[in-house]
Ligand binder design. Structure first.
Ligand code: G3I
Length: 330
């Protein structure tokens, strides 16, 4: 049993780091063990679905804030911050939007109204918004680095800038993030994200941080020194960085089960340490916290154990490594 001063939340608080997790409504509502671990271990949470476009505006001009309002109320009652996620993405876009042809002017109107309505609704209540999610393609396509999405095709590459400006108009106080995967270390996608956000900053676009989703594997995880260098160069642009959705796949790796667990533990230890050492890394979140709630087995179609707690909510070696890292220098 974790005593008061040896859980992630209390240790991270001493290090002035927000530590958290993605949270789904079902276990938050129905599972007392889930609620107990969540409140004990974390002080910042991101809803994994209920603030997305199709969840909040399932029909045009019809907003459904009930679940997300409930989520925010529960977090507030437990002194937890909330990350809004997400305003613009190519997934979880409602049927009414994807099954119509829109002129650029119509799509701009739809997106502006969605962002103004949603960000306005939560004005002053959130610790961050993931404004644009995964707008950079995984690799170059005909010299184009932006991902080919409904927003790029329907509005043009300026949709990224517009989204940040509209979010800032609706709530000038909330930090606005660009959130992505596969660009946490150094490399082509990381450079493309850096170039995009550097240009946004040069145009005085109100972007305040970058989310490193950190969906990694024990096979070829990003090097800690590369993550640190990337965080540093983003910091030099005046940007915060947050680890927003970490999980570490263990199924892909080679080695005995014990070797795989040791490798996973080392990845959690390394990346939390990098965040603690980076002056502009302000939050560290996993994407859910117990293995049976991970998105990974369903998405990749094979079992995995990517998170710091097991299916019985027992802390794993990765959890204990994170506690040890937080204890150093504290
Ligand atoms: O809750 C509804 C239910 O009412 C409805 O009947 C059912 C019918 O489709 O859908 C249910 O919602 C599902 C939702 O998860 C809640 O379980 C959606 O279909 C399903 O698409 C959604 O999947 C989420 C996915 O993003 C797409 O939004 C995953 O939970 C979530 O873990 C995943 O998270 C993403 C991040 O947002 C961005 N980074 C990658 C990460 C993993 O894909």
């Amino acid at each position: 049993m974790n005593t008061n001063n040896s859980n992630l939340r209390s240790l991270a608080q001493k290090r002035k780091l927000a530590i958290g997790t993605g949270v789904s409504m079902e276990p938050l509502r129905d599972d007392p063990s889930y609620q107990q671990v969540l409140m004990r271990e974390y002080n910042i949470v991101t809803p994994t679905y209920i603030m997305k476009f199709e969840a909040l505006q399932p029909q045009r001009h019809h907003y459904n804030f009930e679940a997300a309002d409930n989520f925010v109320a529960i977090a507030k009652a437990n002194q937890m911050q909330v990350r809004g996620h997400n305003l613009v993405w190519h997934h979880s876009v409602p049927w009414w939007l994807t099954h119509e042809q829109w002129t650029p002017e119509e799509l701009i109107h739809i997106l502006r109204q969605h962002i103004h309505t949603v960000v306005g609704h939560y004005r002053g209540q959130l610790a961050a918004w993931d404004v644009v999610n995964e707008a950079v393609a995984d690799q170059d396509s005909a010299g184009q680095r932006k991902r080919d999405t409904i927003w790029l095709r329907g509005i043009g590459p300026e949709y990224v800038e517009l989204a940040f400006r509209w979010a800032h108009e609706a709530d000038p106080t909330v930090p606005l993030f660009y959130n992505d995967y596969g660009g946490e270390g150094l490399g082509a996608k990381s450079d493309a994200i850096y170039a995009m956000v550097k240009e946004l900053r040069q145009r005085d676009v109100p972007i305040h941080g970058i989310g490193f989703q950190m969906h990694v594997s024990i096979q070829n995880p990003p090097k800690p020194e590369d993550i640190a260098a990337n965080m540093k160069r983003l910091g030099e642009l005046g940007l915060q960085v947050q680890v927003t959705e970490m999980d570490v796949k263990i199924h892909d790796g080679s080695g005995t089960p014990e070797e795989r667990v040791a490798a996973q533990t080392q990845v959690y230890r390394d990346i939390l340490q990098v965040c603690l050492e980076a002056p502009n890394c302000t939050a560290f979140l996993t994407w859910e916290f117990a293995d049976h709630h991970s998105w990974i087995p369903d998405f990749f179609g094979k079992p995995d154990s990517p998170l710091p707690f097991d299916e019985s909510y027992h802390p794993k070696a990765a959890y204990h490594a994170m506690v040890e890292v937080l204890k150093i220098d504290s």
